[in-house]
Structures are given as structure tokens and as C-alpha cells.
Ligand binder design. Structure first.
Ligand code: DX5
Ligand code: ZN
Length: 227
């Protein structure tokens, strides 16, 4: 099992000081910066769009891991790419995009790393035929739309099955988990096969970001025998 990457979710940052917050988690040891785009249609809330991504881009050199919780992501992929996204992750559900295979190919053509996201109720079979197109599979461990929700442990077998399918096919994507992640969940998701942890509240909710990131990282399964 590989080591963990930690991706703080800026949705939980103080938006009044966004650039400082991004720079602070960068200094605190973040591997990627997770950026949640919400359009008020795929999910109820609206977060922000390309101009804010551009501002985040200026505040860090770390990879921007952009999670598009939007309807018709194909309409805005080029804008987010131009704004500085490194990874573009699209939801697999037809309520987001009808032509998932095409959208993932478009991300690659833009020179960005494609990722596919599945909601808690979305079965693995919906992404089985696009796994070879992606660098990242993001398994939602809450229903998307809000920070600060509780981890859904019933996602653990889904993570394990996905890792098994990828291994069987010789594919080595990152498996990222998003939602309700904390020191209490990291060991089990890592053991199941996830290697990237998105955390909003668990990092920005406290005062010491470096300590929070180190604590989450230390919960990976290399840290010692499972208790
Ligand atoms: C939820 C977002 C998450 C969210 C995670 O729809 O995709 O990235 O910011 O926040 P926490 O870690 O607080 O659950
Ligand atoms: Zn997210």
C-alpha cells in the first residue's frame, strides 16, 4: 500500500481570506488542494467559478484538484483548465453529464489529469468502462453538496472492490475519498485501497493546519498495526 496524499478542501476555509488560507495549508504540508465547484443545480449550493480558481492558483504551486459538482461540465472544462486546474474531476451520474466517456477524453485533450467521481448511491458498474481513461477515481463518502457531514462507512466495500478491479486490469489510479474524513476514518479507507484523503472540516476547523495534516497522515496503515 502506498503512502497517503492529503488534499485540504478549501470549501471549509475562511473565504474572506482565501489566498492566505490556501497558502497556509500549502505551507502546512498539503499534497493537493481540493477545490469544490458547486453550481446550484447538481447540488443545491453555489460555491464559486473560474475567477476564484485563478486566485487560488496564484496562492499555491501545489496541484489543484478541481471537483466539478455541476450540470454539463463539458461547457466549462476549458475555463477551469485555463484558470489553473491540474486535475478535473467530473461526476459520473447522467444528471451531471450524459456523455461521460467523451468528457473524460476532453479533459485529457486539454492536457489535464481526468478524474471520475461516484456518489454514495452510484454503482461501480457505471464507471467500469471508463476506468482506463482516468488518473483519479473519487469515491464520495458523503452525499455531495455540503461540508461537515458524517462519513458513510458503507462506502468501504466500494473502495475495496474498485481497487481490486483496477489491480486486476493493471490500472493504478489514485483512489480519492471525499466527505467526513478525519483521524477516525483514515485507517479504514486507506486499508480498503484509497490513497488520497480530502478533508475540509478536519483541517480548516482547527487552528493548527500542520498538526491536523500530520495527524491525518499518521493514521495511514503504515503507521502501525491496526487497532
Ligand atoms: C462535499 C465536498 C467536499 C467537502 C468535504 O460535497 O465535495 O469536498 O468540502 O468537507 P468535509 O471534509 O468537511 O466533509
Ligand atoms: Zn469535493
Amino acid at each position: 500500500m502506498t503512502g497517503l496524499l492529503i488534499a485540504p478542501s478549501v470549501l471549509a476555509a475562511d473565504f474572506g481570506h482565501l489566498a492566505d488560507e490556501v497558502a497556509a495549508v500549502d505551507r502546512a504540508g498539503a499534497d493537493w488542494i481540493h477545490v469544490d465547484i458547486m453550481d446550484g443545480r447538481f447540488v443545491p449550493e453555489i460555491s464559486f467559478g473560474p475567477p476564484i480558481v485563478r486566485a487560488i492558483r496564484k496562492a499555491t504551486a501545489k496541484p489543484l484538484n478541481v471537483h466539478l459538482m455541476v450540470v454539463e461540465p463539458e461547457r466549462s472544462l476549458a475555463s477551469y483548465a485555463e484558470a489553473g486546474a491540474d486535475h478535473l474531476l467530473v461526476q459520473a451520474e447522467p444528471g451531471s453529464t450524459i456523455h461521460l466517456h467523451r468528457v473524460l477524453s476532453q479533459i485529457r485533450e486539454l492536457g489535464k489529469r481526468p478524474g471520475v467521481v461516484i456518489d454514495p448511491a452510484t454503482p461501480i458498474v457505471w464507471i467500469e468502462h471508463v476506468l482506463h481513461l482516468v488518473d483519479i477515481i473519487l469515491v464520495m463518502t458523503v452525499n455531495p453538496g455540503f461540508g461537515g457531514q458524517h462519513f458513510l462507512p458503507e462506502m468501504l466495500p466500494k473502495i475495496a472492490t474498485l481497487r481490486m478491479i483496477c489491480n486486476d486490469r493493471g490500472l493504478r489510479p489514485h483512489i480519492e475519498v471525499d466527505g467526513g474524513q478525519s483521524m477516525d476514518t483514515v485507517r479504514s479507507v486507506h486499508a480498503a485501497g484509497a490513497d488520497v484523503i480530502v478533508a475540509g472540516t478536519a483541517i480548516f476547523g482547527g487552528d493548527d493546519y500542520a498538526q491536523a495534516i500530520a495527524a491525518i497522515r499518521s493514521c495511514g496503515i503504515e503507521a502501525g498495526p491496526a487497532s
